[in-house]
Design a protein around this ligand. Structure first.
Ligand code: SAM
Length: 341
């Protein structure tokens, strides 16, 4: 009890400011790596507070850079903070933080896309999926080019309950380009409704909790950022394999301004497209004249369930790719042309 109170009340000793750390270790942002730093500790404190109560938590911070968010996480009374940073220039500055918070900060020089967090924290933190979320949190302000593929990878991990979700329903708080944050959280019928909205919302409770204006970063990026919080659902809203859901959703949004039957039709070979699309929509009880943005997660659930049955009846269907069919067709045309010449 006494030790948990000590953990909960930890504060970092006075340290050089992030700006001074950047100067001291010559940490100029590398534009090609889309590095933009948060220097205002009041703002990083605010972001970290939005992750919830971190007292005695185990936190995985991705892309700590010069350590603004890192400091706020340490001041939130965590049990342990593990940071993974790709750019070696940041390691000495992070080491300084680690010395100021003995036993609390673990630094890994590595890549979040390959790092195996499932082995990094104690086994005892693991919870059953249906239980309350474990006291494990992911927090990160990554370059936009990394955060979008990473969230797709982590959503697949949610569906398979592995990777960071081997501990249970690990919560995540990540920054995205504002437009991507809006897509992740877009409701049915809204302009931003997209593939990302469905993929995130069928697996997680997703909240856009904060917009950070571009001028809060150094150097200032061209766009604002959105901070998004994810809590995996105890039961996914669609109970089909991730890749199957991804395929149905991707096809549905293929022609986002047209009726949904156009994109969904691309799930089927041309020769029986009309008939199979009709069957899919009828059995799923979905109006073919809805636009993709008007489809609810529950529409997608019905579509995925029916498509799954169709795939079970025809083992070649899932592997079908309309782009490949188009490629083959145009190749045949080219071959015919060259025979005529
Ligand atoms: N979190 C810091 C902040 O808010 O000031 C830095 C943010 S900066 C946008 C992104 C950081 O992620 C940089 O330090 C960059 O080197 C790091 N980074 C980029 N790609 C990474 C990857 N694949 N794995 C780990 N770190 C990465």
């Amino acid at each position: 009890m006494a030790s948990s109170r000590t953990l909960g009340t930890f504060r970092l000793p006075p340290l050089p400011t992030i700006r001074e750390i950047i100067k001291l270790f010559r940490l100029q942002a590398v534009k090609q790596l889309s590095q933009n730093f948060l220097l205002d500790l009041r703002l990083t404190d605010k972001i970290v507070r939005k992750a919830g109560n971190l007292t005695n938590a185990y936190v995985y911070e991705v892309g700590p850079g010069p350590g603004g968010i890192t400091r706020s996480i340490l001041n939130a009374g965590v049990a342990e903070l593990l940071v993974v940073e790709k750019d070696s220039r940041f390691i000495p500055g992070l080491q300084m933080l680690s010395d100021a918070a003995p036993g609390k900060l673990r630094i890994v020089h590595g890549d979040v896309l390959t790092f195996k967090i499932e082995r990094a924290f104690p086994e005892s933190l693991k919870r059953q999926w249906e239980d309350d979320p474990p006291n494990v949190h992911i927090i990160g302000n990554l370059p936009f080019s990394v955060s979008t593929p990473l969230i797709i990878k982590w959503l697949e991990n949610v569906s398979q309950r592995n990777g960071p979700f081997a501990y249970g329903r690990t919560r995540m708080m990540l920054t995205f380009q504002k437009e991507v944050a809006e897509r992740l959280t877009a409701t049915t019928g809204s302009k931003q409704r997209s593939r990302l909205s469905i993929m995130a919302q069928y697996l997680c409770d997703v909240q856009h909790i904060l917009t950070i204006p571009g001028q809060a970063f150094v150097p200032k990026p061209e766009v604002d950022s959105g901070v998004v919080h994810f809590t995996p659902l105890t039961r996914p809203r669609i109970e089909q394999p991730f890749k199957l859901v991804e395929k149905v959703v991707q096809n549905a949004f293929q022609f986002r301004r047209k009726y949904c039957h156009r994109g969904l039709g691309m799930l089927f070979p041309e020769a029986r497209r009309l008939e199979s699309t009709g069957k899919l929509l009828e059995l799923a009880d979905v109006d073919p004249t809805l636009r993709p943005t008007q489809l609810t997660v529950s529409h997608f659930k019905s579509l995925c369930d029916v498509y799954r049955k169709m795939c079970d009846e025809d083992p070649h269907l899932f592997a079908y790719n309309f782009r490949e069919e188009l490629r083959q067709k145009s190749k045949k045309e080219d071959d015919k042309q060259s025979c005529r010449l």
